[in-house]
Design a protein around this ligand. Structure first.
Ligand code: IPM
Ligand code: MG
Length: 389
């Protein structure tokens, strides 16, 4: 028996989702331009440690940023605010993806350095609250997730522009169990949301001398939303005649990234949320694993910088969090510096990280007591910066 009552209930839920998303479209239409950090009297940097190894590695990244920005801090041009409470315990207790009081504190800052947060999975002891990452990206409208992967010796220099507020993630926690037997999830693409991410990718390419932007979709199958993404990509590409624009389907793109002859040719890649999630883990693996990658989440008003790995709760249970490798958080910190206009400092930090994690590696973390602590590694990074010309 098909229950019309259940279908009506599902339609009701779906209607609500559509209202929310159309409301979001109106908000995007009303949005101004990107914030100009130079016009601020003081740039406020919020630091959220997060869960598991998060506080241990985030505090090391903070130490390095405070060291690089010491003159600015003294002059009152930059201030750090440690924001407590973005933890799974508190989120579970308040049954909120981000506790409202924490979100208020976050919104008082301009940029956020965020440690990894636990995302409850089915079977966990926590209520199924939405991922704090995903919630923060939505709350602060951080639509561009920028993930660079560089392996100079292999000629790889990729920058992924992952759409961060739409696709399968936008309403990922709001699917409907229509009946016991039928589950439905939703994926969305808006004109405004698609245009802004694609334009951001082309603008980045233009500003950084890149000659190719590649879109990745599965528009042959997911015809409406991915189709929209691809159509808009082709339209916007016409505004950038000096940049080669091409598109690939996600399946063959995943394969091409392991093709050593072809993969060097990719430069800037723009893609919907879920494909971006998947392919940036694959890409980071070539560079040395997700632990080596930083990620910038950029919106017009706020920006947030994070590692792309998880919170490793087992390391904390075994008392090993002080040995956790902070290099991805430090890399996220370098992206933060560049984003707020401290390019010289960012550049120093990138160079020091290359020395400390690739060429010299005098001090290494192993995640265990036979390796360095995160603090020792951070000291090594700062000593290395000190020696740079
Ligand atoms: C990432 C992560 C997150 C995501 C998780 C932790 C919610 O995998 O930043 O790529 O899926 O976006
Ligand atoms: Mg991911």
């Amino acid at each position: 028996m098909i229950s019309t009552e259940k279908i009506e209930a599902a339609k009701e839920r779906f209607g609500q989702l559509l209202k929310e998303q159309l409301q979001r479209v109106e908000e995007m239409k009303a949005q101004g331009d990107f914030i100009d950090y130079k016009s601020l009297d003081q740039i406020k940097i919020g630091v959220c440690g997060g869960d598991g190894i998060g506080p241990a590695i985030t505090s090391q990244a903070q130490r390095i940023l405070e060291y690089l920005l010491r003159d600015e801090i003294k002059a009152g041009k930059v201030a750090f605010h440690v924001i407590e409470g973005l933890t799974i315990e508190r989120r579970a207790a308040e049954n909120a993806a981000i506790p409202p009081a924490v979100l208020d504190e976050i919104k008082k800052c301009h940029v956020i350095l965020k440690g990894p947060t636990t995302t409850p999975r089915k079977g966990d002891p926590w209520p199924n609250v939405e991922s704090a990452n995903v919630a923060m990206r939505k709350e602060l409208d951080l639509f561009a997730n920028v993930r660079p992967v560089r392996i100079p010796e292999q000629g790889i220099d990729w920058t992924f522009y992952r759409e961060n507020t739409e696709g399968a993630y936008a309403v990922g926690s709001k699917g409907v169990h229509v009946t016991e037997d039928l589950g439905v999830d939703f994926t969305i693409a808006t004109t405004q949301g698609t245009e802004r991410i694609i334009r951001a990718a082309f603008e980045f390419a233009k500003a950084n001398g890149k000659t190719r932007v590649t879109a990745v979709t599965k528009a042959n199958i997911i015809k409406t939303t991915d189709g929209k993404f691809l159509d808009i990509f082709r339209e916007i590409a016409k505004e950038y005649p000096d940049i080669t624009a091409d598109d690939w389907y996600i399946d063959i793109m995943t394969a091409k990234l392991v093709d050593e002859k072809r993969r060097k040719d990719f430069q800037v890649v723009v893609l919907p949320n879920l494909y971006g999630d998947i392919i940036t883990d694959e890409a980071a693996e070539f560079q040395g694993g997700v632990g080596t990658a930083g990620s910038a989440n950029i919106g017009k008003k706020y920006a947030m910088f994070e590692a792309i790995h998880g919170s490793a709760p087992r390391m904390v249970q075994e008392g090993r969090d002080i040995y956790a490798d902070p290099s991805s958080m430090i890399r996220a910190g370098a992206m933060l510096l560049a984003h707020i206009g401290y390019n010289k400092e960012a550049d120093k930090l990138y160079r020091a990280l290359d020395i400390c994690t690739v060429t010299e590696k005098k001090i290494v973390t192993t995640g265990r007591s036979n390796g360095a602590t995160g603090a020792e590694f951070a000291d090594y990074v700062m000593e290395t910066i000190e020696k740079l010309k």
